[in-house]
Design a protein around this ligand. Structure first.
Ligand SMILES: Cc1ncc(COP(=O)(O)O)c(C=O)c1O
Length: 458
């Protein structure tokens, strides 16, 4: 018999989580204005709202923290992190930031101006927020197949290179801040981008005289998919694949809270020294001095270690394997999940799950609330609430995909927890015909509204 694949670690410390009753949860979610971000963590049993900053650090990362150098300038922790970034990404220049959106803020301060265009695959919400805040526009050129939740394609996160070229042709080079490709493509379901696609985007960047940046929060998971799915890569290591991915870009933004398995942190990598110097000024203004940015020395040490743990093949097998385990269970129960399963999360097609709820009543949020009430599982809506209003018309934007995301923290839950989550969703699925009404908005922020929106039942 083939031996089953198991986690390449054992558990050294545990944290209790608390079950509650349906009545308690019903009361709590009302008090939270039906916004799952407003719940206290003790009111949640299995928290799958995000895989960001929620991972479990290793004994090596915790011990690296004790060796953190907290010098304001020139800390050894900075140099340790610089070496790890250089080895894994190839970038000679980097700036530490406190998280991914801070990296976006600093980089975009240096390269995005009013009226600019930033084409790419689906931009993450904070990324789009930072672009639109500067009165520039993010143009989504993701491949069309990404919006078909059941079509099987190995690289559904790809950029449609023809669409991208149309955009590059349409605008003068000085209006294109950069091409920005998110690996993996979170908003399209944690779907990977192929090496061939990155190579193609590089060619277009060269042809039209613009830069290519990678939003690299889940670069290691993307490299794993390339190894598994793209011809010619099965014998290559994750380090080598990651190195090739980054070689096609001019730089990267990183939310280290994902694939580098730390609770806080981020950075920007640059190939070009001049751009690095330009961005440095903004980093000092918004984040901190060059050699710590928004991070303490101990956090930089944990990050340097985490970057290596995040590209470990057996870790990636078990991490992406657990996501697929949850996906298979849900599929077995007939739940409409997005396929192929993503790297960090399972996405449920809310339009198919709750076809009677009109898009104006936010079927994704309705489903997320029902799943919480059923079993204390917290997910997040990836749909019309998250999409915000059109910055010009102020009309609601209704994206083609209305989904909820159950994101798995790294090294945190067991497959027993996954069985529980699948059973909770199954129970809601079995009573879906009784869910007839969604939500209307009571109050909302002008941008990134889903974090703070207040809702009431229709
Ligand atoms: C693809 C992507 N880019 C950027 C970010 C922003 O990173 P952070 O939450 O660290 O600010 C996220 C966070 O979830 C993300 O998924």
């Amino acid at each position: 018999m083939d031996l089953p694949f198991t986690e390449p670690f054992k558990i050294k410390m545990v944290e209790n989580i608390y079950k509650s009753t349906k009545d308690q949860r019903d009361k709590w979610i009302r008090e939270a204005s039906f916004n799952l971000f407003n719940l206290r963590s003790e009111q949640v049993f299995i928290d799958l709202i995000t895989d960001s900053g929620t991972g479990a650090m290793s004994d090596k990362q915790w011990s690296a923290m004790m060796l953190g150098d907290e010098s304001y300038a020139g800390a050894s922790s900075y140099y340790k992190l610089k070496e790890a970034i250089k080895e894994i990404t190839g970038f000679n220049y980097f700036l530490p930031t406190h998280q991914g959106r801070a990296a976006e803020n600093v980089l975009f301060s240096a390269i995005v101006k009013e009226g600019d265009i930033v084409p790419g695959n689906s931009h993450f919400d904070t990324t789009k927020g930072h672009i639109e805040f500067r009165k520039a526009r993010a143009v989504d050129c993701t491949v069309g197949i990404a919006s078909d939740t059941t079509a099987w394609d190995p690289f559904k996160g790809n950029v449609d290179l023809e669409k991208l070229e149309d955009v590059l042709k349409k605008y003068p080079a000085e209006k294109i801040s950069c091409i920005l490709i998110t690996i993996t493509n979170n908003s399209a379901g944690g779907q990977p981008v192929s090496m061939e696609n990155l190579r193609g985007a590089r060619k277009l960047a060269d042809k039209y005289g613009t830069r290519l940046f990678l939003d690299s929060a889940r670069f290691a998971e993307n490299a794993w998919f390339i190894k598994k799915r793209e011809p010619g890569y099965s014998d290559k290591g994750i380090l080598e694949i990651a190195g090739e991915m980054f070689s096609y870009s001019d730089g990267m933004t990183m939310s280290s809270k994902k694939d580098a398995i730390v609770n806080m942190g981020g950075f920007i990598g640059f190939r070009d020294e001049e751009l690095f110097h330009k961005a440095t000024t903004y980093n000092i203004m918004f984040e901190g001095f060059i050699t710590y940015g928004g991070m303490s020395g101990r956090d930089m040490n944990a990050l340097a270690q985490g970057l290596y743990e995040g590209i470990d093949l057996s870790y990636l097998e078990s991490r992406i394997g657990q996501v697929a385990y949850l996906g298979r269970k849900m599929k077995e129960y007939g739940i409409p999940v997005l396929e192929p399963f993503g790297g960090h999360a399972i996405f449920i097609d809310a339009k198919k799950f709750l076809p009677e709820i009109p898009k104006e009543e936010f079927p994704g949020q309705t489903l997320a609330v029902e799943i919480y009430i059923e079993g204390g599982v917290r997910s997040v809506e990836i749909g019309a609430l998250m999409a915000d209003r059109d910055p010009v018309t102020r009309e609601n934007r209704y994206p083609e995909l209305e989904m909820i995301r159950l994101a798995l923290p790294r090294r945190v839950f067991t497959n027993n927890h996954m069985d529980y989550v699948a059973a909770v969703v199954r129970n809601v699925f079995e009573r879906r015909d009784n869910i007839k009404k969604g939500f209307r908005i009571l109050r909302e922020a002008p941008i990134l509204r889903h974090f703070t929106v207040g809702l009431e039942r229709v």
